[in-house]
Design a protein around this ligand. Sequence first.
Ligand code: SF4
Length: 479
Amino acid sequence: MTLLTKSKFISALQCPRLLWHSNKKLLPEVSIADQHRFDQGAEFEKFARLLFPEGINLENLDFNKNLEQTEKLIKNNVIIFEASFKDDNLFIRSDVLEPVDDKFNLYEIKSTTEVKPQHISDLAFQKYVLEKLNIKINKCFILHLNKEFTKNDEINPEELVKREEVTEQVNAIQDIEENTNKFLKILNQETSPDMTISKNCNKPYICPLKSECWSTLPKNNITQLTNWRQYWKLFEEGIQDIKDIPKDTILKPKDEVIREAVIKNKIQISIEHIKHSLNSLKYPLFHFDFETFDTAVPIFNKSKPYQKIPFQYSLHIQHKDGKLEHFEYLATGEEDPRIKLLEQLKNEIKGEGSVIVFNKSFEISVLKKLAEDFPQHSDWIQDVLDRIIDLAIPFQNYHYYNPIQKGKYSIKKVLPAITGNGYDNLEINNGLDASVQYFISHIKNKTKDNKLREHLLKYCCLDTEGMVWIIDELEKIIK
Ligand code: SF4
């Protein structure tokens, strides 16, 4: 029998095609980053359950045993974790059910730092199923992470977990029955529903079928424009290729650059703006990049949920005469990496000269947090912050744009576009993989995998060496 579960219900709200594929188990394999996200959720759940010390956990029971046990326990006035309920083709497992007189409080545990609309739909579906089984719901709650929580030795779950009542929002959802019937029909369809791509492909989650569904778009398509409101409007009008945008359509200046590059199939360069950017650089240049990891439940003192903990950096110092020095740091995973990292970096970013980063908001936020948590280093950090120059700005402003960037200006797109060198030959070629692989190997499994360390060092090194090459190329362009 095909069952509509709460996760399928949420998938269906995002897209019927996603529901159908998920039901047929036709979704791509879960990525290591997604698995890490699920693991973080499970870790938080352990702390949230501590709010109910009397709770009975049915999590490890198989499908039928759990249903049987739930039926018994529900009459005994006890708190239950992972209680299962089935009504015809509808099936739910509730995170926490707490008896209150002849009713129950229903709790959903979410490892986010706030309540999201999909959480309300999730609870509304559970409430609908429970009420069909004559189980009355008193109040509904989301238990989520308290973003203000700072770890200081032992974690007190009362401080880590925020209990937010959402009964009113849940009761305001009136279309559960209608949606349930619609989704059950889709589950039983022989073929996948035809769907057109839309904003829903990214909301509330990036759809796992996105690369498949979006692969039919032309090479230079309107989703590469920066103004998403405008590109969805163009899409709804049937325009997919940038070349087909009517000439009289007024685009934002950045999008005009993208359109011009595609139509002429030519790199667009604003020499004056690039000159201006390069003139602001003061040698020696300290090309700098952090790698960080984060966890839902903080693992180090002086850190909050999802705080970015830097564990690695690469630094290339480029002197005016062309001399290049390289420094790097990669934590061993045995302790909080922040102090050692700061002490080493302080010895390397000295004197004067611009500190070059790519997309400054990330490095600035990590540095500011380090200054707050380790005030003994705050003067030096402030000096570094004052010297930061963001190499992404000329690309963010589309003063240089190569159509092969496909509308993006991250260093992963800019480096190959401007130098011909990229990340493709690296074992680790993006920050998310670096972060998750480091966390799993060094923090979770406590193994210092030397091959992985080599890959991490190569990856981070390319980020800063790449910035040196980008500046060299820009210098050639303005000559
Ligand atoms: S990518 Fe978009 S259209 Fe395709 S299944 Fe996902 S949400 Fe639906």
